[in-house]
Ligand binder design. Structure first.
Ligand SMILES: [Cu+2]
Length: 455
């Protein structure tokens, strides 16, 4: 590898990888690399090799390669990374080449790939290519199909990509800890015929979850189910970039899941079809229309739709997954009159504030002091006020005049006049009500069906 030093330079613009590698090159003890940017990077033009339509990794990037006698060579460096979940919160993670998740690997059906994996972690590792058909000895299960990659050593994986598809890679050693700290990334095998299922915009990201206590900086790796940070490519709303398209574009979104639970991914606006899984592409006759698709653990779903103008929310439909930390262990206070309690507490704690009596939306407008390195539970500003979301939430922004290849945030959607919900100030007739319920005060008081008093 005489020209190893030129490996990344040759590929051009991706300074992120180059800095990261050189900084840890000679270190015997792993030193955390501070991720320089988690912005979505537009597709690179492939420097060489066979042509394909690149994916856009949401808040991520694709790894450059070099061609060596018709073999496409990549170099992944496993290392600790300081990564930002959203402005105001940095987390100690493990990743690849200076980012977590690692960069996306892109190659073409029929390509021979050689992937160098250098281990700069404090413990051994091994990399599994999830859903990619590889010879058994390249499958990356430490102990079963290969020895673990010792600290400081480099292993080589080499195989021919037999089928096109959407995949990911992740470590297959001490998974509970290594995946819990971010050791994975996206991997795409593009079809050898670039016209096959061609789309105008092709997005990709991984779902992940972490347990980071408010004020802390390192995820608790022993957590089994009670996570508090729900991420797309290790970002939480409002730190997740919008998915930008032009009206009429054919759009694909590939979503992989490495959390401990399923995520029903729901998109407002245009209906979509599931066109692919990590097992391959779904034939046209086997697809059905959807507005939500569940992505189970260890699965990937690729959805496709024709873009309609607007700002369309896209999010996990488990409502706790569109919140950031601090959402747990809060009692339900809706409809509870806290006045007398509040008066007594205020005598002891003058700043005491009653919360949740009329719902939790107030939380989104309040500027409450938070521990350092902690994000608000629900946040984000829209053109009409607070969005009140966190975690697994973003916006599909579709504009008539978005230029092809332009992924920049176009700002808020300008609705055509007369197409936005508005306040009604006229006279209303009494609305119909469910039978058997007395007409009480609307809203907060607890009503019982008549005849059931005294239970
Ligand atoms: Cu979810």
């Amino acid at each position: 590898m005489s020209n190893r030093r030129n490996f990344f330079k040759a590929a051009g613009a991706v300074a992120l990888g180059a800095t990261a590698v050189s900084r840890v090159a000679a270190a015997s003890l792993p030193e955390a690399v501070v991720q320089s940017s988690a912005a979505t990077q537009p597709p690179p033009s492939p420097p060489n090799g066979r042509p394909f339509n690149p994916v856009v990794t949401l808040n991520g990037w694709s790894l450059p390669w070099r061609m060596n006698n018709n073999v496409k060579e990549f170099h992944l460096v496993c290392e600790p990374v300081v990564h930002e979940f959203a402005p105001g919160m940095k987390v100690n993670m493990w990743g690849f080449n200076g980012s977590s998740p690692g960069p996306t690997l892109e190659a073409v059906e029929g390509d021979r790939v050689r992937i160098f994996v250098t281990n700069k972690l404090p413990e051994p590792t091994a990399i599994h290519w999830h859903g990619v058909l590889v010879p058994n000895g390249m499958d990356g299960v430490s102990g079963l199909t290969q020895p673990a990659i010792p600290v400081g050593k480099t292993f080589v994986y080499e195989f021919t990509l037999l089928r096109p598809g959407s995949h990911f890679y992740h470590t297959h050693l001490d998974e509970q800890l290594q995946i819990a700290l971010g050791m994975y990334g996206c991997m795409v095998v593009h079809p050898k015929d670039a016209r096959f299922m061609k789309v105008d915009r092709d997005f990709m990201f991984m779902l992940a979850s972490y347990d980071v206590e408010p004020g802390a900086m390192t995820p608790k790796v022993s957590t089994m189910t009670d996570f508090n940070m729900w991420t797309w490519n290790n970002r939480v709303f409002p730190g997740i970039d919008p998915l930008v398209a032009r009206t009429g574009d054919r759009v694909r979104i590939r979503v992989g899941n490495l959390t401990m639970t399923n995520h029903p991914i729901h998109m407002h606006g245009p209906h979509f079809e599931v066109t692919g899984t990590d097992g391959g592409w779904v034939p046209k006759g086997a697809r059905w229309p959807e507005v939500t698709t569940d992505v189970a653990v260890g699965q990937l779903r690729a959805i496709e739709f024709d873009a309609l103008a607007g700002d369309w929310a896209i999010h996990c439909h488990k409502s706790h997954h569109t919140m950031n930390a601090m959402g747990h262990g809060v009692p339900t206070m809706v409809g509870v009159d806290q006045k007398s309690v509040a008066e007594r507490i205020t005598r002891l704690v003058p700043d005491y504030m009653v919360m949740g009596e009329k719902g939790m939306h107030d939380m989104t407008e309040m500027e409450m002091p938070l521990p350092d390195n902690t994000l608000p539970m629900m946040t984000g500003q829209g053109p009409f006020g607070p969005v009140g979301m966190g975690g697994m939430f973003s916006v599909v922004k579709v504009r008539d005049d978005q230029r092809p290849g332009d992924y920049k945030d176009p700002g808020a959607y300008k609705h055509p006049p007369g197409t936005v919900a508005y306040e009604f100030t006229g006279q209303l007739e009494a609305p119909a009500r469910a039978k058997g319920l007395p007409a009480g005060d609307a809203g907060l008081s607890v009503r019982r069906p008549s005849g059931h008093e005294g239970h």
